[in-house]
Design a protein. Structure first.
Length: 285
């Protein structure tokens, strides 16, 4: 199939893009960055934007910068940028570890970090990272700029707190202390397929004990989120198989898995238990 007809715009500045979005928001104006999610839905006519605003010619949004205690990722930064660490320390290594799991190389060469968050697929690796690390998402419109916490940004499947006239212009991730350990595990039926479940575990090692633990899950529920009850099991504990198994069990007990024709809820719940434990083990190495 071919997409329904639309008007194409190619702004060269962020201000121009935001002005166009404000002008055409009521006619389902859409931002086009990588297009790896939007263009297939347009081809099947599941999405029929009246106006497409292509931001690929805006150079100011293609940078990844370290500013004080945070990593700032612009709206034009592609997945492939993270194949090598974009910053020193554990955060750069974590992002490089996660990006390996995103689809296939051609998609990583085109798709964007911010576009993935704006699309808000529950199975998105970057959405899980943002939720786990309590990212701050910066939205901009002609009315101004606002900062949205990750826990407030994802509302349900492919639905976010962004308003029709707002563009996600950048994401802020906190830089992680040098004593940070992390583990990431996901399961899909075939390499490159959407993940059925993923688990990201991050903690700080202090005196042989776990501090400031974070356990984030994606692909399980209608949005990614931290599992605070499971984090409490890890905090102040000495890393051990017993502790990891207990945290994994608590995580599995605290989710409300989505279902589809091929994947029952209990299957995803079992995956939560297995992948959370494996991510903990990976972090302890």
């Amino acid at each position: 199939m071919k997409p329904a007809s639309f008007n194409y715009h190619s702004p060269s500045t962020l201000e121009e893009a935001i002005t166009l979005l404000a002008r055409f928001a009521e006619d389902d104006g859409r931002i086009l960055a990588g297009g790896q999610s939007l263009t297939p839905t347009m081809a099947f006519r599941l999405a029929r934007p009246g106006h497409l605003i292509d931001i690929n010619n805006i150079e100011d949004i293609k940078a990844v910068l370290v500013k004080k205690d945070k990593l700032v990722i612009g709206a034009g930064v592609r997945h492939a940028k993270f194949h090598e660490p974009v910053c020193d320390g554990p955060l750069g290594l974590l992002l490089s570890r996660v990006v390996e799991n995103i689809a296939h190389l051609p998609i990583r060469l085109r798709g964007t970090f911010c576009g993935s968050l704006a699309h808000a697929d529950p199975a998105s690796e970057w959405c899980a990272v943002a939720a786990t690390l309590d990212a701050k998402l910066i939205a901009k419109s002609t009315s101004g700029e606002r900062e949205i916490e990750a826990q407030d940004f994802f509302e349900t499947v492919m639905t976010t707190a962004l308003k029709e006239n707002e563009m996600l212009v950048e994401v802020h991730l906190p830089l992680l202390p040098t004593n940070t350990k992390f583990g990431f595990e996901e399961f899909s039926r075939r390499a490159g397929d959407f993940a059925l479940t993923m688990a990201l575990v991050v903690w700080e090692e202090n005196g042989g004990k776990i501090k400031n633990a974070r356990i984030g899950l994606g692909g399980v529920e209608d949005r990614p989120r931290r599992i605070l009850a499971a984090e409490e099991i890890l905090n102040n504990a000495v890393p051990s198989d017993e502790v990891f198994r207990k945290a994994a069990e608590i995580a599995a007990d605290n989710v409300d898995p989505i279902e589809d024709h091929a994947t029952p809820a209990n299957y995803r719940r079992d995956l939560v238990k297995a992948l959370t434990r494996r991510a903990c083990e990976q972090a302890s190495m």
